[in-house]
Design a protein around this ligand. Structure first.
Ligand code: BG6
Ligand code: MG
Length: 226
């Protein structure tokens, strides 16, 4: 019997490396505006909405921006970001992710995406994996982005599963906070495992299989909490 009946994947930084494209687009925008921006500041943008990210980028601005200017800046950032997305193909799927999705699907595990991005469906289409997910909750249907639990509560409701039947896979502190607040167990991948406590530590996406399927020993299902 599987250990989790459903898995809710974050997208950017988990299923693909669009987190890098977000960084490059914000960096270009900041440079055009003469605003200091670096990877440390970028860490604070992971998982949160475009408009909230812009507010953080503008903390270093030498002047204040009107609401209309902010809307235009957010649009410009998205245009820069979409230039990278246009070039994406199924080869941009995180290494090992295709096998993970196939294996979980074959085991009858329900799959969902829970992302703050308004570009999520476009990216999933470019990756050729949209049809793998029963449920896709993205930035277009959210009132509040991570760390609010809304994205994961909506995913649970659409999957018809309870919080303790699911696992969230995340690369961002805000995403882990959102999952914890929704009462869902967490698997962290990437830098987040050094930044906050997670239930399972994934060194590669393939580490997810023994965790979800309940195969292998607990030695493979690392627990960060002690
Ligand atoms: C999240 C990213 O998935 O989506 C954030 O981690 C990003 O960095 C957010 O700001 C919103 O993305 P988009 O594509 O709607 O600008
Ligand atoms: Mg992410």
């Amino acid at each position: 019997m599987v250990k989790f009946k459903g898995v809710i994947f974050d997208l950017d930084g988990v299923l693909c490396h669009t987190d890098e494209y977000h960084y490059l687009a914000w960096q270009q925008l900041a440079q055009q505006e003469g605003i200091y921006f670096d990877r440390l500041i970028n860490q604070r943008l992971l998982g949160i909405s475009r408009s909230e990210s812009l507010e953080i980028v503008l903390e270093r601005a030498g002047r204040t921006y009107t609401q209309a200017e902010k809307i235009r800046l957010a649009e410009r950032k998205n245009e820069l970001y979409r230039q990278y997305l246009l070039r994406m193909t199924p080869a941009d799927l995180t290494t090992g992710a295709e096998k993970v999705l196939q294996t979980l699907e074959a085991a009858g595990v329900k799959l969902a995406v829970g992302s703050s991005s308004r570009n999520a469906r476009f990216i999933l289409d470019k990756l050729g994996i949209s049809s793998k997910f029963q449920v896709i909750i993205d930035g277009n249907v959210l009132q509040h982005s991570k760390p609010d639990k809304e994205v994961f509560c909506k995913a649970l409701a659409a999957l018809h599963l309870a919080a303790d039947q699911c696992l969230v896979v995340e690369d961002a502190v805000s995403g882990i906070q959102a999952a914890v607040s929704a009462g869902i167990k967490t698997a962290g991948i990437g830098k987040v495992i050094e930044q906050t406590a997670v239930d399972y530590t994934l060194h590669a996406i393939s580490d997810l299989l023994p965790v979800v399927l309940g195969t292998g020993s607990q030695r493979h299902a690392f627990n960060n909490l002690g």
